[in-house]
Ligand binder design. Structure first.
Ligand SMILES: NC(=O)c1ccc[n+]([C@@H]2O[C@H](COP(=O)([O-])OP(=O)(O)OC[C@H]3O[C@@H](n4cnc5c(N)ncnc54)[C@H](O)[C@@H]3O)[C@@H](O)[C@H]2O)c1
Length: 253
């Protein structure tokens, strides 16, 4: 994908899973990647693996729920590569999801943590990167949403609310800064077989999720990474404010 070659791309939440896949995909296409994560050893592993395959990447520790930490991460990207052209905001607190029961039962600390990381954190990354994108004459942001923002489920109310909030955030950013050259979109994956999900998900759950798709197989990390790279690239120049499902046809809308 020629359209990200030479661009500086910050992937916020890229130690493992979808963010790490995105870092690899973007670097393969010639982007210079800043791998940010709460898990510094994981971020360093991702960046080292990118470099081992001939790509350019650096790692940095940050906490997406902390305003000063996010500001420092963006500053690090600017100091390292001279600016920021694109961002994949991906971090999610996947530990909290296990305790995200229903709104009567949920521990309010779980609700607050989920919103702090999955939604407020995505807003903080936006807040600190928009001025940098404007300084470059524009740029692109992609958020990782989820089909949970559309489907309605008996559990995971905090998770679903944050993902619906992310969809609104993308629409806001597109509406506020689109004419100044900033594009903001969200990808809404269905179940993606990351290594963690392959190890941890009960087989029955995997079977049920596959039955909800219109696909012969489960989602793979590369399915999402390909869409992220496209949306961040110049090829995606006329796509703004959209939420794009990458879910094997689970949700049709
Ligand atoms: N895997 C799926 O099936 C799937 C489906 C839909 C949406 N998603 C979304 O994709 C994103 C990535 O999920 P994943 O499955 O790859 O899980 P993952 O746990 O591998 O990735 C999440 C990353 O976010 C990081 N992170 C967590 N809290 C952080 C914080 N406070 N500050 C900075 N980084 C932090 C983690 O360390 C990790 O690297 C999440 O937003 C998730 O909601 C995943």
């Amino acid at each position: 994908m020629e359209g990200v070659k030479g661009k500086v791309v910050l992937v916020a939440g890229a130690a493992t899973g979808l963010g790490a896949a995105s870092a690899h995909r973007l670097a393969r296409a010639g982007a210079r990647v800043v791998v940010g994560d709460l898990d510094l050893p994981g971020a360093e592993r991702t960046a080292a693996a990118v470099r081992d395959t001939g790509g350019q990447a650096v790692a940095a520790e940050f906490d997406i729920s902390d305003d000063a930490s996010v500001r420092e991460l963006v500053g690090y990207a600017v100091r390292t590569y001279g600016g920021v052209d694109a961002v994949h905001v991906n971090a999610g607190d996947m530990g909290a999801v296990r305790h995200d029961t229903d709104v009567v039962d949920i521990d309010l600390a779980v609700w607050d943590r989920t919103l702090a990381v999955n939604l407020r954190g995505h807003m903080l990354v936006t807040r600190h990167t928009v001025p940098e994108l404007l300084a470059r004459g524009g740029g692109a942001i992609v958020y990782t949403s989820s089909i949970a923002s559309f489907t309605g489920e008996p559990q995971r109310p905090a998770y679903a609310a944050t993902k619906a909030g992310i969809n609104a955030l993308a629409r806001h950013v597109a509406s506020r800064w689109g004419r100044e050259g900033i594009r903001a979109n969200a990808v809404a994956p269905g179940l993606i077989l990351t290594p963690a999900i392959q190890e941890g998900a009960p087989p029955e759950m995997l079977r049920n999720m596959l039955a909800r798709t219109r696909s012969p197989r489960h989602g793979q990390e590369g399915d999402v990474a390909g869409m992220v790279a496209f949306l961040l690239s110049d090829e995606g120049a006329w796509i703004n404010g959209q939420v794009i499902n990458v879910d094997g046809g689970t949700v049709l809308r």
